[in-house]
Ligand binder design. Structure first.
Ligand SMILES: [Zn+2]
Length: 269
């Protein structure tokens, strides 16, 4: 009799748990973007807003209401991550704001995405030596959930915002593709059809590069499809018009994938 009651109680708990998770999934599905964009997000600390205002070229071009959304998302990103200094005393507020800024720039069209898989961000002052690859790196993203950046190279990406080189956007682009592939709440947010179109365009272009035909992306893009994507993202934001004129189909596919168009920044309501 007692065993029967316990079993019944466990069954009730199991059913209740499933009902609650279904409600959570439905609410997240329908309201996730809204909640993440407008609610449950604190205003930005002025210490983080100032560096965005001074140095973040993308943020500077946004209209006032998009600026507010961007700021809140930067604050939320900073709250969720652990910033770890390597080879220097600390990761400053300015560094945190601008690193978070590059993540939010890339995901501005996907308001629910905060790179949940990547909890830690390691910052080195300059190129760092990797014991694994036995060479110097500027940045990397690993499946263990760590984003590594060298501050000197990161800062140069935003100081010189027109040369198609931006370490922050490059590494965040790697993180975005991995985030889309690992199973968690943010899993598979990039549309499958668009990804197929992208993959076709990517391999077609890499083929041309290997034959020495294309010159728009730097040679490194031909390394593999991940590097091709990361370099394409750098050009998408920094050389938007040239990219669009060179290959409108590829540019348009990226606008659909990232749900934003850098050529229309500040013009969207
Ligand atoms: Zn890379």
């Amino acid at each position: 009799m007692t065993l029967g009651i316990i079993l019944l109680f466990l069954l009730a708990l199991f059913i209740l748990y499933n009902i609650l998770s279904s409600i959570r999934t439905i609410v997240k599905w329908y309201l996730g973007d809204y909640i993440n964009t407008y609610l449950l997000v604190a205003n930005i600390d002025p210490l983080y807003k100032e560096p965005l205002r001074k140095y973040h070229k993308y943020y500077q071009q946004l209209n006032p209401s998009d600026k507010t959304i961007f700021e809140k998302r930067v604050q939320k990103f900073i709250n969720q991550k652990q910033f770890i200094a390597r080879g220097m005393d600390r990761v400053t507020d300015e560094m945190k704001a601008l690193i978070a800024g590059s993540a939010i720039q890339l995901t501005f069209g996907h308001p629910s995405v905060y790179f949940a898989h990547f909890k830690r961000i390691l910052v080195y002052p300059d190129d760092y030596y990797s014991e694994i690859s036995k060479r110097y790196h500027k940045g990397e993203v690993n499946m263990g959930g760590i984003i590594v950046l060298s501050w000197k190279n990161f800062a140069e990406g935003y100081i010189n915002y027109e040369d198609g080189r931006n370490l922050g956007l490059h590494e965040m682009a790697h993180a975005l593709r991995l985030e889309n592939a690992v199973t968690n709440d943010e899993y598979s947010f990039l549309d499958d059809e668009i990804m197929k179109t992208w993959t076709d365009l990517c391999y077609r272009e890499m083929e041309k590069m290997s034959n020495g035909e294309s010159t728009f992306f730097r040679e490194y893009a031909g390394t593999n499809s991940q590097e091709f994507f990361a370099v394409a993202v750098e050009h998408f934001f920094e050389k938007s018009q040239e990219f669009h004129d060179w290959n409108p189909k590829m540019y348009e596919t990226l606008t659909k994938m990232l749900n934003q168009d850098p050529l229309k920044l500040g013009k969207l309501g």
